[in-house]
Design a protein around this ligand. Structure first.
Ligand code: GDP
Ligand code: IMO
Ligand code: MG
Length: 428
């Protein structure tokens, strides 16, 4: 079986882009299967840094097919901007395929995203990326979404756009928001539609054929398991499912093709946006981690909240995504911290628990139970094998693997492609 799924095990920004780009050298196709340009995946090689939001991280390998699958929500304007960014960086030789069944993000979705947030009071705000992701998935389930196949048929696009704006402008008027003129949106977006058309195909068909032929396919998750609409810390989640379970549905491939799942975790934790974060702390050590790890959002620039690694979260993610290998990222960022903490369980009203409560009221009362491990001071950024690591770093990795009950597959000691050490070949 030749597929590998890469998923975030925490609240996003674990380093999925880096690992996907790294593994893409072996892949015939790289597939984004959910989310949209709320994602920000950073890739560094040859002293250059790229931030991708919609385009899969296999785009730098000219022989790889890069697929935007049906489970995605695609902002055509953002897509064109991203293609232009790649073009300006000299990345011109690539193969892109966009699903005819993916949904389109339009300006009214972005305005709705802001409106829904405005209507929530203080601590109830989700802190979305304001990219229109939730409202586009709302339209999908309300059966008024505009799919890529509709978008590239200008007659259908115009008709659906008129219907939707007729409806949403009533809402905008009610809440004192600017009205959006359908003809203006149409005139601008019909140009993106024409540019996008060349990439559109039935990607479910394409991927099934590739897998039937024994080709290697890499699925690139966006966000992280704790932001999953079903299994995350609802309502402080995104509007799609960033789990391996969602891959068949969101790509149109048979579930029989999924059995190798790489969970990507930071050596600590971060979160952007609102919601309880059990292992969060804010002191000089957190500031140091934020500075050394450049922990500011790739998409919104917001400072990321910092916490210790949480193995309750890792066990939860292992269960819901069936993770078979773990990739521990940003290990170098912990260098120089005297004592490292690792959360092993939660305490809820005096009781020790090993799960994430569904009720947000209960989750907010969970407190971390920590073990402490000795840190290391040696520079590990040039490490090329596990045995090269200082003993305390080895102990730390072994403990993460033992407590999450996931075999260590990869560890990463810097943002560059070359700063990656593989212990287990995920494809074979
Ligand atoms: P993604 O959303 O999961 O792809 O992750 P992001 O790209 O949003 O955030 C991860 C950040 O960590 C990026 O700035 C990466 O360049 C950086 N990064 C990835 N791995 C490492 C690592 O091992 N060490 C350091 N220092 N930075 C890393
Ligand atoms: P990558 O792929 C980190 C968070 C937002 C907010 C919540 C809902 O780079 O890991 P949304 O705009 O999706 O409705 O926001 O989800 N969020 C992310 N946090 N990394 C991401 O993607 C995220 N995508 C969404 O901050 O809390
Ligand atoms: Mg990110």
């Amino acid at each position: 079986m030749n597929s590998v799924v890469v998923v975030g095990t925490q609240w996003g920004d674990e380093g999925k882009g880096k690992i996907t780009d790294f593994l893409a050298k072996e892949a015939d196709a790289v597939v984004r299967f959910q989310g949209g340009n709320n994602a920000g995946h950073t890739i560094v090689f040859d002293n250059k840094k790229y931030a991708l939001h919609l385009i899969p991280s296999g785009i730098f390998r000219k022989d790889t097919v890069n697929v935007l699958a049906n489970g995605m929500v695609i902002n055509p304007k953002a897509l064109m901007k991203e293609l232009e960014m790649l073009n300006n960086g000299g990345i011109t030789d690539f193969h892109l395929a966009i699903s005819d069944r993916a949904h389109i993000v339009l300006p009214y979705h972005i305005q709705l995203d802001g409106l829904f947030e405005d209507l929530k009071s203080g601590s109830k705000k989700v802190g979305t990326t304001n990219k229109g992701i939730g409202p586009t998935y709302n339209d999908k389930s309300a059966r008024i979404g505009i799919r890529v196949c509709d978008f590239i048929d200008l007659e259908v696009f115009e008709d659906k756009l008129n219907d939707n704006l007729n409806y949403y402008n009533k809402l905008f008027k009610l809440f004192g928001k600017p009205l959006i003129e359908a003809s203006e949106v149409f005139n601008e977006y019909k140009e993106y539609s024409k540019q996008m058309k060349q990439y559109v195909e039935d990607t479910g068909l394409l991927l099934n054929t590739m897998l039937d032929e024994g080709k290697k396919v890499l699925f690139e998750g966006a966000q992280g398991a704790l932001l999953c609409l079903d299994h995350g810390t609802y309502p402080f989640v995104t509007s799609s499912s960033p789990t391996a379970a969602s891959v068949p549905l969101n790509t149109g491939i048979s579930p029989k093709y999924i059995n190798k799942i790489l969970g990507v975790t930071k050596a600590y934790s971060t979160r952007v946006g609102s919601g309880h974060f059990v292992t969060e702390f804010e002191n000089d050590v957190a500031k140091r981690i934020r500075d050394v790890g450049h922990e500011y959002g790739t998409t919104t620039g917001r400072p990321r909240r910092i916490g210790w690694i949480d193995t309750v979260v890792l066990r939860h993610t292992k269960r819901i995504s069936g993770i078979t290998g773990l990739s521990v990222m940003l290990l170098d960022v912990l260098t120089g911290i005297e004592t490292l903490k690792m959360c092993v369980a939660y305490k809820l009203d005096g009781e020790i628990i090993d799960y994430i409560p569904a009720s947000i009221k209960d989750f907010e009362r969970c407190e971390p139970i920590y073990i402490e491990l000795e840190g290391w001071t040696e520079d590990i950024t040039q490490t090329t094998s596990f045995s090269d690591l200082p003993l305390n770093t080895q102990n730390y990795l072994n403990k993460v693997s033992e407590l999450s009950n996931i075999e260590l597959a990869i560890f990463s000691v810097g943002p560059d492609r070359t700063q990656t050490v593989v212990l287990k070949d995920m494809f074979n």
